[in-house]
Every structure is written in structure tokens, then in C-alpha cells.
Design a protein around this ligand. Structure first.
Ligand code: ATP
Ligand code: MG
Length: 403
């Protein structure tokens, strides 16, 4: 049987798409997983499906497509990128190869040439090491300044995701994510680090604290002493273990650039940079962006999120964006009462008050960066006296858990 090869096709024009799909259909073992005309929409599919090859049809203005080729070649070196174009001038071929394409196909497709390119792609794929089973996405919710609401945002983003997710508390000395989720962790990251060499699914599950069927917590150590034994390399290993078993790992790191935090940020696919609209927080975010630039983090993994947003704040948002050199990717309204009540109850807002404005905004952020999210129920929950007593009881039990 011939080698199975999976393909994704990106083509601005329908004609090229059909041509390429028809050509691939002639090859035994070739399977087109998905096709599209928008690189930003196709990218997450490539990440998720890890195809053997991506065929990109270049249009009349190939610059954006060639930048996408570069990105794919850099981020997915085991995937063969094939450029196809009607313009087969030496300049276009050279630019494609320089951008990182392994092969160039002239359009319209010539069957013999196609067969050769297909054969060479198969040879390239045959020598690539096997792709790991799963590679969940790591999303860090970071601020270089305390108190901007990173833990609140991280908790809600994680709770909004509709796929298996783990929330990782990297405030190793004083993590309190258990309180935000209303759970009492018995084990922590320290236990996982200690047993990392022999961890299997069952052992890992025993170290996690479930919150819902989709969301679990890997808590910070209860004793500050055991946090001292955790090193950056351990965080790296822990994230590898988690991302092999979960679709998403949402990290709540410290507000410094220490080696533990950097280990997590280095490994993050997305970093939500949370700030509030006050000058110290804006300055601190600007410095963080400069540090990330120096560290070589691509800007596409950094997303500025304004928390505690209010129209009453006398600051021109465009000016803030210019100062940061980065667009604001998401907003969360300021609503102290609602936010603090959900924290005191130990219930993420996206599940306890799903109809509230902040919950909607938090779900939008989760949807933008983490794909599938839980839908909000159609009907708002009724609030009677019974629910007041239930809340009072929940707050009291949270207080006794915290003491
Ligand atoms: N959108 C919001 N509107 C109003 N208050 C908010 C909002 N988001 C967070 N807060 C409040 O801000 C406070 C700090 O939130 P949180 O603990 O999440 O911040 P943090 O950045 O994690 O702080 P720390 O420095 O403790 O890590 C909490 O009291 C919370 O209720
Ligand atoms: Mg915090």
C-alpha cells in the first residue's frame, strides 16, 4: 500500500483550489483534510491537524502568502510546504524557495510534474520523526504588574473553554487558584515535579483537582518550602506532560520575569498581556513588550487585554495602542461587585453569571484565543432569596477553606 499523506490547501481562488484537489485525488494515499482561502482561519487547522504537507496557491500579489509560507516553515518544520502559482517566473520560484517552500508547482497542474513533486514530498515526509500524539496549546495570562486581574481572567478563560483544560498555578509561593475555583487541592505541582519520571495518566489525575468535567487545576504548593525545589526545567517538563494530555493549559504565572515564569512564557502559544488603563500598568506593559521583543517572542503570540475597562477613564485608547505599538485584542468591563462576588464564591463568572457583560467579554476572549467555548445558557438565571442564602453559604465555606 502506498504511503498515506495528508494535505491542507490554502488558495485564494476557487479554480486553483479545485485543480490542486483534483490532482491530489489522482494520488493513491493522498487525503485533503481541509481547504480554505484565509490564512488566519487555516492556520489553527494546520496546528490542530498536523498535516504532512500544506499546498499554498500564490495569487497575483503573493507577498502575504509568502509571509505565511515563512511562518509555516519556521513553526512546522516537519510539514512540507508546497507553493503553486500560475506565474512560474524564476523570481516567484526563488522567492517561494527562500520563504521555506520545499517544492514549487506550476499551475495549471502538469500531471508528470505533479507526480514528481508528490513523490519528493512523500520522501521528505517519510524521513520526518513521528508527530507527537497530542500537543495541547499553552495560554499564559500575564502581567508584569500585580493586581491587574490576571488570575481572574485566567480562571474565567479556562472555565469558558469547552475542551479538556488544565489551569496551572505558577504563583509557587502564594498561589490561590483553588479559592478562585472553589476547590481544596490536596496535591500540587510539587508532587508532580517530584514524581515526573514515573508519571502516567492515573498518577497525573491524582495530582489534579477537578473543578468541572472539562477543567482541572494543578495547584501551587501549599507549603512555600516545597516551591523552592521547583526549577525552570521542571516547569518545562510539567508543561510537556500536561499538553500531551489536555487540549489547553492555561497558566497563571507570577508578575516577574524570573526563570520559572520565563519557562512558561517561552513555551506558551499565546500570551494574554493583561493591563488596566492606568499609567503605571501601561508603562509596565510597554516594558514587558520590549522584553518579549528582546527575547525574540513573535508579536503574533502576544495579545493585549484591557481589564477593568470603563468609558469613564479619561484615556484615549488609540493613543495607548500607539504607545504600546500593539492593538488591544480584548476588553473586560470594570464591574467590581460582580468580579469580587464570583471570586468570593469560588465560582468563575462565565459559569456562575454567564449572562453578565463581563462573562460575555471573557467568553469572547476565550473564543478568540482558545477555539471552542461553552455557550451561555439562553435564559438568565433567576435570583430569589434562596440563591442569596446559597451564596452566603458558599462564601462562608470558602472562608473556612481559606483559613
Ligand atoms: N473586570 C474587573 N472589574 C472589576 N474588578 C476586577 C475585574 N477584574 C479583576 N477585578 C478585581 O481585581 C482584584 C485583583 O484581581 P486578581 O487577583 O485576578 O489580580 P492579579 O493580577 O492576579 O493580582 P495578584 O497581584 O494578586 O496576582 C480582585 O479583587 C478582582 O475582584
Ligand atoms: Mg494573581
Amino acid at each position: 500500500m502506498s504511503q498515506q499523506l495528508t494535505f491542507v490547501i490554502l488558495s485564494a481562488g476557487m479554480e486553483s483550489f479545485r485543480e490542486l484537489r483534483a490532482a491530489l485525488a489522482t494520488q493513491e494515499g493522498a487525503r485533503v483534510l481541509v481547504g480554505g482561502d484565509d490564512a488566519e482561519q487555516v492556520y489553527p487547522e494546520i496546528e490542530r491537524l498536523a498535516p504532512n504537507a500544506v499546498v499554498i496557491a500564490l495569487g497575483a500579489e503573493p507577498e502575504a502568502s509568502l509571509r505565511f509560507v515563512e511562518r509555516l516553515a519556521r513553526e512546522f518544520p516537519r510539514t512540507a510546504v508546497i507553493c503553486a502559482a500560475r506565474d512560474s517566473s524564476p523570481d516567484t520560484i526563488l522567492r517561494s524557495i527562500r520563504a521555506g517552500a520545499r517544492e514549487f508547482l506550476r499551475l495549471p497542474v502538469r500531471p508528470e510534474e505533479f507526480a514528481t513533486v508528490y513523490q519528493r514530498t512523500a520522501e521528505f515526509c517519510a524521513v520526518q520523526p513521528e508527530t507527537p500524539k497530542k500537543r495541547g496549546r499553552v495560554i499564559s495570562v500575564f502581567s508584569s504588574k500585580g493586581g491587574t486581574g490576571t488570575t481572574f481572567v485566567a480562571t474565567n478563560v479556562a472555565a469558558a473553554i469547552s475542551q479538556p483544560t488544565v489551569l496551572l498555578d505558577l504563583n509557587l509561593q502564594a498561589g490561590d487558584l483553588g479559592l478562585f475555583l472553589g476547590v481544596e487541592p490536596k496535591f500540587s505541582i510539587a508532587d508532580l515535579v517530584e514524581n515526573r519520571e514515573r508519571v502516567d495518566d492515573t498518577l497525573l489525575r491524582s495530582y489534579l483537582t477537578p473543578h468541572t468535567s472539562n477543567l482541572s487545576l494543578l495547584a501551587a504548593p501549599r507549603e512555600a518550602d516545597s516551591a523552592d525545589d521547583i526549577e525552570a526545567e521542571h516547569v518545562f517538563q510539567v508543561l510537556e506532560i500536561l499538553r500531551e494530555r489536555f487540549e489547553y493549559v492555561v497558566v497563571d504565572p507570577q508578575h516577574t520575569f524570573d526563570s520559572i515564569t520565563l519557562a512558561a512564557l517561552d513555551q506558551s502559544d499565546e500570551i494574554l498581556l493583561v493591563l488596566t488603563l492606568d499609567i503605571p500598568a501601561i508603562r509596565s506593559t510597554q516594558r514587558a513588550l520590549q522584553i518579549f521583543d528582546r527575547l525574540g517572542y513573535p508579536r503574533h503570540k502576544l495579545h493585549v487585554v484591557v481589564n477593568r475597562f470603563s468609558k469613564q477613564i479619561d484615556l484615549d485608547l488609540r493613543q495607548v495602542e500607539r504607545f504600546l505599538g500593539e492593538r488591544v485584542a480584548g476588553y473586560v468591563q470594570s464591574d467590581y461587585r460582580t468580579a469580587v462576588n464570583s471570586i468570593n464564591l469560588g465560582q468563575p463568572l462565565v459559569t456562575s453569571e454567564p449572562q453578565s457583560k463581563i462573562a460575555t467579554e471573557l467568553r469572547q476572549i476565550a473564543a478568540r484565543f482558545c477555539g471552542g467555548v461553552q455557550p451561555a445558557p439562553a435564559e438568565p438565571r433567576r435570583r430569589g432569596l434562596g440563591s442569596f442564602f446559597k451564596k452566603e453559604k458558599a462564601v462562608n465555606s470558602q472562608l473556612s477553606a481559606a483559613s
